[in-house]
Design a protein around this ligand. Structure first.
Ligand code: 611
Ligand code: MG
Length: 214
C-alpha cells in the first residue's frame, strides 16, 4: 500500500540529513516541505521565533502538545540545557512512530519523552507520572479547538507558575479565535503576537506568546 506523508518525510530525513545532527534534520524536513510535499510543521520562519523564545526562557521543564513528526520537538530539544528533558504529547500512533524515529535520527531521544494519548487525559496525569510541579515553557500545536480547554486544564491542575510561558502556533491560520480572546483579555496573562506566515507559504499566520501572571 502507498506510504504516508510522514513516512516519506522520514525517508527524506534518513536520505538527506546527518545522523546525530539536529540542524541537518530540520533542514531536510524544511527542504522536503518546500520542494516535495507541504506538511504541517511549524516551519523555518515561525521556527526561528520558537527558537528565540525557547532560548530566552531557557526552560527546565517543557511541554509540547502535538508532536506530529517531531520537527518542533527537535527544534526545541536541541536548545535545551544538558539534563533538561521535554515531554511531548501525540494522539496518533502512526505520527508518534515516525516522530520517535526522526527524534532518534537527530540524536535527541534522551532529551525527549513522547507520550501517546489525548492531552485532555494526559495533562491531569503529568504531575504524578513525571514528577513535574509546574512548566516553564509550553508549546501548543495540536488540535486548534483544544488550545482553550487545555490552557484551562493547565490552570486547574496547577501546572503554571508566575512567569510560565505559553507559545501557540496557528493563532491566525487555521486560527484559534477563542484561545486568542481568552489569553488577550484575561488579567492572568500578558500576551504578545509574533506575526509570520503559515509554514512554507505566503499566507498570514503567527505565534502568540502568553506569560502567566499567577
Ligand atoms: O491542524 C493543524 N495541526 C493539528 C495538529 C495536530 C497534531 O496533534 C495531534 S492531535 C493531539 C495531540 C495531543 N493531544 C490531543 C490531540 C495530531 O495527531 C497531530 O499530530 C495544523 C494545520 C495547519 N494547516 O495549515 O492546516 C497548519 C499547522 O501549523 C497546524 O498545526
Ligand atoms: Mg501548527
Amino acid at each position: 500500500t502507498r506510504s504516508t506523508r510522514p513516512q516519506r518525510m522520514l525517508k527524506a530525513v534518513q536520505k538527506n540529513a546527518t545522523k546525530g545532527n539536529p540542524e541537518s534534520v530540520i533542514s531536510a524536513i524544511d527542504y522536503f516541505c518546500k520542494n516535495s510535499e507541504w506538511a504541517m510543521n511549524v516551519g523555518d520562519e515561525k521556527g526561528s521565533i520558537l527558537d528565540s523564545v525557547v532560548t530566552e526562557v531557557n526552560p527546565s521543564t517543557v511541554l509540547e502538545l502535538g508532536t506530529y513528526c517531531g520537527y518542533s520537538t527537535v527544534r526545541i530539544a536541541r536548545l535545551l540545557s544538558p539534563g533538561t528533558k521535554l515531554i511531548t504529547l501525540e494522539f496518533n500512533p502512526a505520527y508518534a512512530a515516525v516522530a520517535r524515529q526522526i527524534i532518534a535520527y537527530a540524536g535527541l531521544q534522551d532529551k525527549v519523552t513522547l507520550v501517546e494519548g489525548p492531552s485532555s487525559e494526559l495533562i491531569p496525569q503529568i504531575k504524578e507520572r513525571f514528577g513535574i510541579t509546574t512548566f516553564d515553557f509550553i508549546f501548543l500545536d495540536h488540535w486548534k479547538d483544544r488550545y482553550l480547554p487545555d490552557i484551562k486544564l493547565f490552570e486547574e491542575c496547577g501546572l503554571l507558575r508566575k512567569g510560565s510561558v505559553l507559545l501557540a502556533d496557528n493563532v491566525i491560520c487555521p486560527g484559534t479565535p477563542e484561545y486568542l480572546e481568552y489569553v488577550r483579555n484575561s488579567p492572568h496573562y500578558e500576551s504578545r503576537y509574533y506575526p509570520a506566515h503559515l509554514e512554507y507559504t505566503k499566507v498570514e499566520d503567527g505565534l502568540e506568546k502568553s506569560v502567566f501572571l499567577g
